[in-house]
Design a protein around this ligand. Structure first.
Ligand code: FAD
Length: 464
C-alpha cells in the first residue's frame, strides 16, 4: 500500500533516494517472516545509515502518524518484524548501522551498532582476546538490535545470562524521533529506573535501538563437550545437580533432545550419524568451558560422566575428543530446527518451566498430545539448563489453533511461561492476553502509552 508522495519525499530528503524503497521496487525479505507463516507488504522500506538518520526518519513518520516497524536480521520467530495491521506501515531496517564503534578491553566492554550481525560482534571481541557470549543458531543472520529488542537467549544463558544481562548501555530513537543517549558501560548505576531494561525485550514497540554497549568476558579457550544417553526424563533433575556440583561455574550448556529429534536429523540432515550403538529415549548435551587449564577441564568432565553413568543417571556417554567432534555433537542440537523444517514444519512452542518440573512437564505434554492427536510426534528439545523447552509438535504449523492452547494450559499448570526467549510479536499476542494477569496487561499498556502515545512504533505487537 502506498503512503503519500509528500511523506516519501520528506523521507527521501532525509535518507537520500537509495534510503527509501517504495512502490514497485523489490522489498523481498520484508514481506515474509522467517517461518513462512505471515506475509505482508510494507508501504516502504527505510534504510538509514546512522542514528541521526534513524531519528530524522522516525520524526517524519511521527509528524505524519505513519507506523514504523523496526527490522534487523529478520530471524525472529513470532512475526514481530512484520508490517501487518490495519494501518499502512513502513519497515525501518537498521542493517545500514553496522559499525563496531569501540572495543575496550580494560572495561571488558564493546559498543556496536544495531545492524551488526552477531557473529561480527563475537569476532570483534575475539580480536581483542575477549568473548561476547550471545550464541544462537541464527547468529550468522540475527543482528545486535534484534537480539536486544527480543532479549534473545540461546545456548550460553546458563553461564552468562540472557541479552538483558549482557547489555550495559543503549542508544535508541524514541517514537517521536528524539535520541536517547544511554551508552554507558557502568556495572553499578542506581540512578533511578533502569530505562535500558524497558527497551530490552520490547520488540520494537517502544523505540528503535541504534547501538548497544555489551559486556565481554575472558575468552573460554578450552571447551569440553559430551553427549549423554538418558534412560528417561526422571534423571534430568539429579543430572542438573551433579553437573553444577562437578563442573561448577564452568558449566555453560545443558541441552536436551529426544529420539524423535535424532530421527529427524538422521532422515533429513545428510552426514548425521547416531553417536551411540543403540537408540535411547533422550539425549543431554553438556558443555563446560574455561579460559585456562584445558586438561583440568577435561578431567572434570570425565569425572562427571563417570559418576553420571555409575549412578544410573545416564545409560551411556560420548565425550568429544577434539573440536571437530565437539562441533559434530553441537550440530545434532543445532540442526534440529532445520531438520524439522525439512520434515514439513511443526507447531512450535518456546516455553519455560521451573527447573525441577521440566521432566514432568514434557511427559505430561506428550501424554496429552498423544491422547488428543492420533500418532502425533513431539520433538521436545532445548536449553533445559535454563528450564527452556522447545516443545514442537510435528503437525502442519496451520494447526496451531488446535494444538497450542493445550500446550499453553499445561505450561500454566506447571507455573511456566508461554514465551521463554522468542517473545510475543504477533503470533503469541492472544496467548499473552490469556496468561498474563489483567493488572500486568494494564501495566504493559500504560508503559506503551507513555512512551508512544500516538501508537506508531510497531503497532499491534505484544499488546493490542
Ligand atoms: C534457526 C534459528 C535459531 C534461533 N535460536 C534462537 C535462540 O536460541 N534463542 C533466541 O532467543 N532466539 C532464537 N531465534 C530467534 C531469533 O534469531 C532471535 O529472536 C533474534 O534475536 C532476532 O534478531 P533479528 O536481528 O533477526 O531481529 P528481527 O527478526 O529483525 O526482529 C525481531 C524483533 O525485534 C524488533 N527489532 C529489530 N531490530 C530492532 C531495533 N534495532 N530496535 C528495536 N526493535 C527492533 C522487530 O521489530 C521485531 O519485533 C532463532 C531463530 C532461528 C531462525
Amino acid at each position: 500500500m502506498a503512503i503519500s508522495e509528500g511523506v516519501l519525499a520528506e523521507l527521501r530528503a532525509v535518507l537520500g533516494s537509495g534510503g527509501v524503497v517504495a512502490g514497485d521496487d523489490p522489498v523481498a525479505g520484508f514481506v515474509r517472516d522467517e517461518r513462512g507463516l505471515l506475509t505482508a507488504r510494507p508501504a516502504a522500506v527505510l534504510r538509514p545509515r546512522s542514528t541521526e538518520e534513524v531519528a530524522e526518519a522516525v520524526a517524519v513518520c511521527h509528524r505524519h502518524r505513519v507506523p514504523v516497524v523496526p527490522f534487523a536480521g529478520g530471524t525472529g520467530l513470532v512475526g514481530g518484524a512484520m508490517p501487518v495491521g490495519e494501518r499502512e506501515q513502513v519497515v525501518l531496517s537498521v542493517r545500514g548501522l553496522d559499525r563496531i564503534r569501540s572495543v575496550d578491553p580494560a572495561d571488558f566492554a564493546l559498543t556496536a551498532e544495531a545492524g551488526c550481525v552477531l557473529t561480527d560482534v563475537q569476532q570483534a571481541a575475539e580480536r581483542a582476546g575477549l568473548y561476547f557470549p550471545l550464541r544462537l543458531a541464527s547468529e550468522g543472520s540475527a543482528r545486535l538490535g534484534g537480539a536486544v529488542a527480543t532479549n534473545a537467549g540461546g545456548s550460553n544463558v546458563l553461564r552468562y545470562g540472557m541479552t538483558r544481562e549482557l547489555v550495559l548501555g543503549l542508544e535508541a530513537v524514541l517514537p517521536d524521533g528524539r535520541i536517547w543517549h544511554g551508552l554507558r558501560s557502568l556495572r553499578k548505576d542506581n540512578t533511578g529506573y533502569d530505562l535500558k531494561q524497558l527497551l530490552i525485550g520490547s520488540e520494537g514497540t517502544l523505540g528503535v535501538v541504534t547501538a548497544a554497549t555489551v559486556r565481554l568476558f575472558p575468552l573460554p579457550r578450552h571447551q569440553a563437550v559430551a553427549l549423554l544417553a538418558l534412560p528417561g526424563l526422571e534423571s534430568l533433575g539429579p543430572l542438573f545437580a551433579l553437573a553444577r556440583e562437578q563442573l561448577e561455574d564452568r558449566l555453560s550448556a545443558l541441552e536436551l533432545f529426544g529420539r524423535t529429534g535424532l530421527e529427524l536429523l538422521l532422515a533429513h540432515q545428510s552426514g548425521t550419524r547416531d553417536p551411540f550403538d543403540r537408540p535411547y529415549p533422550r539425549y543431554l548435551l553438556v558443555e563446560a568451558t574455561a579460559a585456562e587449564d584445558g586438561a583440568g577441564l577435561a578431567a572434570q568432565l570425565e569425572r562427571f560422566l563417570a559418576e553420571a553413568v555409575e549412578r544410573g543417571l545416564a545409560a551411556d556417554a560420548v565425550p568429544a575428543l577434539d573440536r571437530p567432534q565437539a562441533r559434530a555433537l553441537w550440530a545434532l542440537r543445532e540442526g534440529l530446527p532445520e531438520a524439522e523444517k525439512r520434515a514439513g514444519g511443526a507447531v512450535k512452542h518456546d516455553v519455560s518451566v521451573p527447573l525441577g518440573s521440566i521432566g514432568a512437564f514434557i511427559e505430561a505434554a506428550e501424554r496429552a498430545l498423544a491422547a488428543a492427536f492420533r500418532n502425533v510426534r513431539v520433538n521436545a528439545f532445548g536449553h533445559v539448563g535454563d528450564g527452556n523447552v522447545h516443545l514442537n509438535v510435528l503437525l502442519p504449523p496451520t494447526r496451531a489453533p488446535e494444538v497450542s492452547p493445550l500446550v499453553h494450559r499445561l505450561v500454566a499448570e506447571h507455573a511456566g511461561s508461554i514465551s521463554a526467549e522468542h517473545g510475543i510479536g504477533l503470533l503469541k499476542r492472544e496467548a499473552l492476553a490469556e496468561y498474563r494477569s489483567p493488572l500486568e496487561l494494564e501495566l504493559l499498556r500504560t508503559v506503551k502509552a507513555v512512551l508512544d502515545p500516538l501508537g506508531i512504533m510497531n503497532p499491534g505487537k505484544i499488546v493490542k
